[in-house]
Design a protein around this ligand. Structure first.
Ligand SMILES: Cc1cc2nc3c(=O)[nH]c(=O)nc-3n(C[C@H](O)[C@H](O)[C@H](O)COP(=O)(O)OP(=O)(O)OC[C@H]3O[C@@H](n4cnc5c(N)ncnc54)[C@H](O)[C@@H]3O)c2cc1C
Length: 498
């Protein structure tokens, strides 16, 4: 099909739909008309409140002021995720967005730290990470240093429904047309199978040239209409259900997400300004819905507000994210559980990819193939990172954790684990969302201590190594006394009373 793309129709008004509308309209301007269809009767999934640092690019591109965004979405700052009970019950570690130490040419900081450890150093790797120091101290401020050693990468926790509303207001101001209604029938071209229009329960017919399927898990266009197929990864990531419940806000707002492992899954705690988001992700083969809800409710730090809501999912990816004239974005494109808060990022990167490859002169098969290739790789890389958390555990207390230890894992992950365990070396795969410092923190946190380190780390005499480590630690600690308590930051910066 080679017709010019003049009108994009977005089906769905959750995070995927409204982020697509805002970014496409802002970037493509009057080159395309955009109409979004959503059904209040169906509603949105209502979860998805923790993000990773690239989300800040979305705000920058849209020209959104951070303070307005924080105020309107009741957001808080996120510096890290704390994983508790993942290696063994009773222990925890941080996966921060920062990097320990400082970047060094040819030999990563952690090799020096590994040598110093062998020589008796007491400090953990995290003591050299500003994100960790701030997270542990409950602090946040913007750091105005150009020195990369003092970078403080951060993301946000926000209220999912307020975020969709925020993006909706923004998009409508730019000229995106919103239509309320439930799609009841999809019309396709007889020859090509391309989608031509959507028929709503109101009788309205909405036609378009390109359709973005942001309709959630059901994938109304990509699956129910085009029958694209799904690659099931539940043998690698066996959790297939979640139960979520909000609870009252804590007196003190943490600047990080907590991920607490239990017998057959894990629990999230996401601090917002007005409440906490909580949920349990679990494997139905190892735990009933009732047990999961009981575990969740017994492990809240504040009173629940509302009834627990159950969500079923199948981990994996749509075989093609782009099929004919439909691009699946969000839950319709596949699902990787929220362990590393990657789903909203997958939405963002799908939209950015579409903008790069936008088929203004008509859809070419080479464009579709490139889009699908990039998308597949991105899903697979994130999948491997998630599997790492589960597989490399030392828990023998339940069948769930024992099954995960003994399961077969992808070759790509096996090789990475072996290389690190034997040599301490780590390499970022092409365009992997997770940098070496992320892999490093989770591998160490899950208990892999490399047998060796790079020989360059043996170059400095012992005294010099000690003083280098001491100096780096001091540089990272210097900003702390001037930084604000996280709640005080939110109050001052956003004029919010928390
Ligand atoms: C348990 C859980 C926890 C999660 N936590 C995180 C997290 O911490 N961080 C993160 O990044 N992601 C997380 N996610 C993922 C995140 O929730 C989603 O990626 C995000 O909310 C996007 O959802 P969506 O817009 O694709 O779908 P939805 O929110 O389900 O929206 C679908 C839209 O399609 C519309 N629709 C559907 N059918 C029709 C129809 N027939 N006619 C008209 N409209 C229709 C609906 O009305 C709705 O507007 C989590 C997901 C789950 C399940």
């Amino acid at each position: 099909m080679t017709s010019i793309i003049r009108k994009v129709v977005i089906l769905g008004g959750g995070t995927a739909g409204w982020m697509s509308a805002a970014l496409l309209k802002k970037m493509l301007g009057s080159a395309v008309e955009i109409e979004l269809v959503e059904s209040e009767q169906i509603g949105t999934v209502g979860v998805g409140e923790a993000t990773i640092p690239p989300i800040r690019l979305v705000n920058n591109v849209l020209g959104i002021k951070e303070a307005d965004f924080l105020r309107e979405t009741k957001a808080t700052m996120k510096l890290a995720i704390k994983f508790e009970n993942w290696r063994v019950p009773g222990e925890g570690y941080f996966h921060t967005f920062g990097a320990p130490g400082k970047s060094m040419a040819f030999c990563h900081f952690h090799h020096y730290w590994l040598r110093a450890k062998k020589e008796g150093l007491k400090e953990s790797l995290w003591e050299y990470d500003l994100n960790y120091l701030c997270a542990e101290g409950g602090k946040f401020s913007h750091i105005n240093s150009k020195d990369p050693i003092l970078e403080l990468p951060y993301a946000y926790h926000f209220d999912a429904s307020l975020y969709a509303q925020f993006l909706r207001n923004y998009s409508e101001k730019l000229g995106v047309v919103r239509t309320e209604g439930k799609v009841e029938k999809v019309d396709q071209d007889n020859d090509s199978g391309y989608i031509q229009s959507l028929q709503l329960d109101t009788g309205k017919i909405i036609d378009g040239d390109l359709f973005m399927d942001c309709s959630g898990f059901n994938g109304l266009l990509i699956q129910q209409t085009l029958n694209t197929g799904y690659e099931d990864w539940s043998h690698l990531l066996p959790c297939d259900r979640a139960v979520a419940v909000p609870s009252e806000r804590f007196l003190k707002t943490l600047p990080y997400t907590r991920s607490i492992a239990h017998g057959a899954g894990w629990q999230w705690r996401i601090p917002l300004q007005h409440r906490n988001g909580n949920g349990m992700v679990y494997s139905s083969a190892h735990c009933s819905d009732e047990q999961a809800a009981d575990t969740l409710l017994a492990n809240l730090d504040s009173a629940a507000c509302g009834d627990p809501k159950f969500i079923r999912f199948l981990t994996g990816r749509r075989r093609k994210q782009w099929n004919k004239n439909v691009i699946a974005v969000g839950l319709s494109s596949g699902f990787l559980e929220p362990l590393e808060s990657t789903s909203i990022h997958l939405i963002q990167s799908a939209i950015v990819r579409l903008i790069h490859l936008f088929p203004h002169q008509g859809i070419q098969s080479s464009t579709v193939a490139e889009y699908n290739k990039q998308s597949k790789l991105e899903f697979e890389q994130i999948r491997d990172f998630l599997v790492l958390h589960y597989h490399v555990n030392q828990r023998s207390d339940t069948q769930f954790w024992r099954d995960l230890q003994s399961m077969e894992i992808p070759n790509s992950l096996n090789q990475k684990l072996a290389l690190f365990a034997e040599t301490g070396r780590l390499f970022r795969e092409q365009n992997d969302l997770f940098l070496e410092s992320s892999w490093l923190q989770v591998m160490l946190g899950q208990g892999i201590i490399p047998k060796d380190y790079h020989p360059m780390a043996n170059n400095p005499p012992q005294k010099d190594l000690q003083s280098m480590l001491q100096q780096i630690r001091q540089i990272k600690q210097d900003p702390l006394p001037k930084m604000l308590d996280h709640d005080e930051f939110l109050t001052r910066y956003c004029q919010i009373t928390v």
